[in-house]
Design a protein around this ligand. Structure first.
Ligand SMILES: [Zn+2]
Length: 148
């Protein structure tokens, strides 16, 4: 081999000799230049590994926390929105049921009980699923908004 081994192969030789190509290992062992470069890399990598993790000589938390803007808790606003929506929905449902009581009784009388239960169950599941979906989407959007 006329050309020397490239840097990434030498780094691999220093870090993980077991996965290195045998041609590269052989070249490094026979070539003084490449062996020198591998030794330099070994010294460099050992130096990096032995370095202490950088630490500030002052308390960063005490310095930064007072400068951060105070965010208002969003929990109470969330609860009021949910309560308001629930109140409006329940009121509207109550008004509708009150005004269409006669029609509902006539409609129920014409159907078998099994069919009635099936409809009520389906409507309840759909309603719960829609409410849950709407609320989770609202929470997600509010979370995104809080980032900006
Ligand atoms: Zn070489």
């Amino acid at each position: 081999m006329n050309t020397h081994v490239n840097d990434s192969d030498i780094q691999q030789y220093v870090l993980e000799r077991s996965v290195c190509d045998s041609v590269i290992v052989e070249h490094i062992h026979n070539c003084r230049d490449c062996m020198t470069r591998a030794e330099q890399y070994a010294v460099l990598i050992n130096g990096i590994e032995e370095q202490e993790a950088p630490v500030f000589d002052f308390n960063v938390v005490d310095l930064v926390i007072p400068q951060l803007p105070v965010t208002k808790p969003a929990k109470s606003a969330d609860r009021w929105v949910v309560l308001l929506i629930a109140f409006v929905i329940i009121t509207m449902a109550g008004v509708l049921i009150y005004y269409f009581k006669g029609y509902l009784k006539g409609m129920m009388a014409g159907m078998t009980p099994m069919f009635t239960y099936l409809i009520v169950t389906t409507v309840l599941i759909l309603l719960l699923w829609l409410c849950f979906d709407m609320f989770s989407r609202y929470r997600k959007q509010m979370k995104y908004l809080n980032y900006y």
